[in-house]
Ligand binder design. Structure first.
Ligand SMILES: [Zn+2]
Length: 353
């Protein structure tokens, strides 16, 4: 494989040289490295946790990384989401992440999925992966991912961070509990968010790197922390490892559980602690970004056009319109406003007046 260096010259990519210091690990060796190369990992959520996790997975030589995030890059992301720079504002995170990772390790297939993960598409999005790494910021989506992982028998590396604290585990029932055994029925509305409590970039950095560590161990056949929950307090650097056990009556992994049924797409979803709403189309829209641009450019201000999305603005409201018709509507006050904008734009796209 040849790659263009900064001076424009073609330089050879030699995997043996790239992974030399890693293959030297007796715990891994060539055989472990080959296992990593044959692995597929989904990183769900490419924020503070997903950024370092995806980077270390790519650097370790995971053969195929599926990079999933519904969101676009915002200024208040940059202090902790190390995949992005100031040049990436407004671009879809999945698109930027795939591009960056490809530059870090050209040996890796980086597959961008700029979609909103829900019950209706989770099985398709996680199809064929050997491990799922959690970069999410809400329990609602974590429960959906957990259910799918139980159903499909995929190891799930779970983590969550806030402030100076984090926790981490590897769920792979029936050997271990699942997320719902350990944290049943947590409601996001009752939990502090990164918006209200705040978060230090380094907190997410440490725990995201730990997630990559656990996923690599799972894939290379090295013992992981499965069966334990790691609880980290970075104020006094106290890290405790507590044993966790299965709930035999767990509705997800218990007797007669095996994950919940597949659902309908949810129409409108507020994003974690912000004035941002995600609206999923009832039917995917069969227009390219180019065609959407043609139909909208005289009607709203176009801030950005990328291969995956169009970002539009009107009266301070910013709309990221993704291929397929999904919209992220930012700076809206209420659901009626959001749905009004959504219907108006859909009208233009379907060829209305
Ligand atoms: Zn369970």
């Amino acid at each position: 494989m040849l790659n263009r260096g900064t001076g424009g010259a073609l330089i050879p990519f030699d995997p043996d040289e790239y992974y030399r210091r890693q293959i030297a690990l007796k715990e891994l060796g060539r055989e472990g490295q080959e296992r990593l190369r044959r692995s597929r990992v989904a990183v769900v959520g490419l924020g503070g946790l997903g950024s370092p996790a995806a980077i270390y997975l790519a650097l370790a030589g995971i053969g195929h990384l599926r990079l999933i995030d519904q969101d676009t890059v915002e200024l208040h992301n940059l202090h902790r989401q190390i995949l992005y720079t100031i040049d990436d504002l407004r671009y879809p995170k999945a698109e930027v992440a795939a591009r960056r990772i490809k530059r870090m390790n050209p040996d890796v297939v980086a597959e961008p999925i700029p979609e909103n993960l829900g019950r209706e598409n989770v099985d398709r999005i996680l199809e064929g992966v050997d491990c799922v790494v959690d970069g999410l910021d809400n329990m609602r989506t974590r429960y959906i991912v957990n259910e799918a992982c139980v159903r499909k028998g995929i190891p799930y590396v779970y983590a969550a961070v806030i402030g100076f604290e984090g926790c981490l585990s590897v769920f792979r029932p029936p050997r271990t509990p699942c997320l719902a055994c350990v944290f049943p029925n947590l409601d996001d509305r009752a939990l502090p968010s990164c918006e209200t409590r705040g978060i230090l970039g380094a907190t997410a950095g440490i725990v995201g790197a730990m997630e990559a560590m656990e996923a690599i161990k799972v894939l290379a056949g090295i013992d992981s922390i499965e069966g334990s929950l790691l609880i980290c307090d970075f104020i006094d650097m106290y890290i405790s490892k507590v044993e966790i056990s299965r709930d035999p009556r767990c509705p997800i992994c218990g007797e007669g559980g095996r994950g919940r049924a597949v659902g309908e797409p949810e129409g409108l979803i507020w994003l974690c602690g912000r004035n941002t709403v995600n609206v999923n189309p009832k039917e995917p829209l069969g227009l390219s970004v180019e065609e959407m641009h043609e139909r909208l450019r005289g009607r709203l201000r176009v801030l950005l056009k990328s291969p995956f999305a169009l970002v539009l603005e009107r009266d301070g409201v910013e709309i990221s319109l993704f291929k397929g018709g999904r919209m992220l509507i930012k700076n809206v006050k209420g659901e009626d406003d959001a749905l009004g904008i959504y219907e108006e734009i859909m009208g233009y796209l379907r060829g209305g007046p």
